[in-house]
Design a protein around this ligand. Structure first.
Ligand code: ADP
Ligand code: ZN
Length: 600
């Protein structure tokens, strides 16, 4: 079979997307490839189809042990002969897969990278016939990324041992630095590089000032994502627990996930999130790599991500199915102070620290931009874009205002506090002084006698916090040391003494609601009203199937496929086979049941 026929008959798709076709042909011809494509872009087909077309078994190296069973189930449901080898298996299961491999009864073999280090596994692979090596989540080889896996370093030897087997490395991480590091460490310098656009047009990006983050989150969920599945990211384990509890108390079904939970609980919560509909996962960044649940409708951040890469990866888990989704981040002064402090306190050399600061600054620039968020994101990854009309700054352009005078007030207060012998004060004291508040701490240090005391009544507390945050983000102010003391920078002096103007982003009292035209839950764009009940019947049928087989619902059919079936109402197996996502195997397995459901 040629690649196009495999696409149609096995996967039930009419045409390749973007560079898929070019990549597939390149690998079928035996070429090495490095593929950079966003989440949801369709990376899996790029190795699955060559594995089916070429002789032998496609060996897929993936760090996602907990997801291998689902991946294999999904392949088997398509009629593809797949198996996996990892450390979670019993020896007899492993022997069975090894026997299938040797007998040439597999099309795809998923392999955890640590298995390859075991010489026995390498010898096993040498006794079979290998179609290709696919190195999934290839950014795990990058040493400075937060997904680094030492076992990935050993993958550079694949080429020496199997010089004739093509290798295809894939990742959704887009930065030039990571791209170069992958190419170098995996020895893919002479491979063909395929770099897709990193735009995710169906994701609406929104970044709001943080006031009461949990309440703000609840409002978002109630107004726009009632009953939707989503992920909420928090920085600490403690705030993960608290937030999950808060959501449950307020009628939103939520589960926690962080590295402090035992592995059994983590696996259970992850499986539940994948299998049930409408669950919210509250997690640290320990959660999410490789989660291929297609209908995650929102990703919310309650704390500032450490880098734009991290933000892009995490938000990218929303909307793999291409339907409208929200990426929402609440961020405030405390985030900036806290992250600076974490960097200052971190071990690691000066160079590492400088790199972390650069990451933080890029993230802050994205938060404070008055331009299109999407354009800023794409530019960060070295790609161009047009103002998108689907981010908060496009939908609700922020005003800027001349904040030179308030900036000078903050900076001179900081200057006066700094000149006091050995006393160290943070943002709170500075703002209390500007507002003329006689707090115990103000009185204790005689700060009500300062000439700046009470000169800042034009703004309220949250207004001043916004000013301080933006000054920090613009590098016009710094935080230092154990007590997060505010400090001047060389650039502050330009504002204080040399007439440099400061432009600030106007903060809405309450974040104005931004909503693009968006279908309501259960009423997707292409579904006529009379088809809605049919869609619900199909979903109910799918839920029963999923339960019986113990697989996530989307392994059987995606929402998009069921929707198309509901909208077109096929009456024969042949017509049903024409629906996108219905391949030959699924038609044989489920076709009659679907027709029966439609007729019922
Ligand atoms: P990635 O691994 O890049 O995040 P996937 O390989 O999981 O993305 O693909 C994302 C979704 O797009 C999946 O639901 C997949 O079935 C679908 N898809 C991929 N390629 C095509 C295609 N050519 N036609 C239709 N659907 C596709
Ligand atoms: Zn935009």
């Amino acid at each position: 079979m040629g690649s196009h026929e495999v696409l149609r008959r096995v996967f039930g798709y009419d045409s390749f997307r973007g560079a898929q076709s070019e990549i597939v042909e390149h690998v079928i011809a035996g070429g090495d490839a490095l593929v950079l494509m966003p989440t949801g872009g369709g990376k899996s087909l790029c190795y699955q189809i060559p594995a089916l077309v070429r002789d032998g078994v496609g060996v897929v190296i993936s760090p996602l042990i907990a997801l291998m069973q689902d991946q294999v189930d999904a392949m088997r449901d398509l009629g593809v002969r797949a198996g996996f080898l990892n450390s979670t298996q019993y020896p007899d299961e492993r022997s069975l897969v090894e026997a299938e491999f040797l007998a040439g009864e597999l099309d795809l073999l998923y392999l955890a990278p640590e298995r390859l280090r075991v010489e026995q596994t390498a010898r096993l692979l040498e006794r079979g016939r290998i179609a290709l090596f696919a190195i999934d989540e290839a950014h795990c080889v990058a040493q400075w990324g937060h997904d680094f896996r030492p076992d990935y370093l050993a993958l550079s030897h694949l080429h020496e041992r199997w010089p004739d087997v093509p290798r295809i490395a894939l990742t959704a991480t887009a930065t030039k630095a990571t791209h170069a590091e992958i190419a170098e460490r995996l020895g893919l310098g002479s491979a063909k590089h395929f770099v897709a656009s990193f735009d995710r047009p169906n994701i609406q990006y929104r970044i709001v000032p943080k006031n009461e983050p949990r309440k703000q989150l609840l409002e978002l969920l109630r107004n726009e994502h009632q009953g939707d599945a989503g992920i909420v990211y928090c920085l600490s384990r403690n705030s993960v627990e608290k937030t999950a509890e808060f959501l449950n108390q307020n009628g939103v079904r939520a589960l926690p996930y962080h590295a402090g939970l035992d592995s059994g609980t983590r696996a259970r919560n992850q499986a539940q999130f994948l299998r049930e509909e409408g669950l919210v996962m509250v997690a640290t960044i320990a959660f999410g790599m490789g989660i291929d649940k297609p209908d995650v409708r929102f990703v919310a951040h309650l704390d500032l991500p450490k880098s734009v890469e991290g933000y892009y990866q995490e938000t990218g888990r929303a909307g793999r199915d291409g339907l409208p989704s929200t990426a929402w981040l609440a961020y405030g002064l405390q985030d900036v102070v806290q992250q600076r402090k974490m960097i200052d306190d971190s071990d690691g050399d000066q160079q590492h620290r400088r790199r972390q600061i650069a990451h933080l600054e890029a993230m802050l620039a994205l938060c404070e931009t008055v331009e299109c968020r999407r354009v800023q994101l794409l530019n960060y990854f070295g790609q161009d874009g047009e103002p998108c009309g689907n981010c908060d700054t496009c939908l609700n352009p922020p005003e800027t205002w001349d904040g030179t005078v308030p900036a000078q007030k903050v900076l001179s207060t900081v200057y006066r506090l700094r000149s006091e012998r050995r006393q160290k004060f943070g943002a709170g004291q500075t703002i209390d002084i500007l507002l003329g508040r006689k707090t115990a701490k103000v009185i204790q240090f005689d700060h009500d006698a300062l000439s700046v005391f009470g000169i800042g009544t034009e703004l309220n507390e949250s207004g001043w916090r916004g000013v301080v945050r933006q000054l920090l983000a613009q590098g016009l102010l710094a935080v230092e040391g154990e007590f997060s003391t505010l400090a001047l920078t060389p650039a502050s002096e330009e504002v204080l003494y040399r007439g440099r103007r400061v432009l600030l982003r106007r903060e809405a009292e309450r974040a104005a609601k931004v909503r693009a035209a968006k279908p309501k839950k259960g009423e997707p764009v292409d579904l006529p009203a009379e088809a809605a009940p049919v869609f619900e019947r199909l979903r109910a049928w799918r839920a029963t199937q999923a339960k019986e087989q113990g697989v996530p619902a989307y392994v059987i059919f995606h929402d998009a496929t069921l929707r198309q079936i509901a909208a077109t109402g096929p009456s024969t197996l042949a017509e049903l086979g024409g629906v996108t996502g219905v391949g030959e195997n699924k038609l044989a397995k489920y076709g009659q049941q679907i027709l029966d459901t439609l007729a019922s």
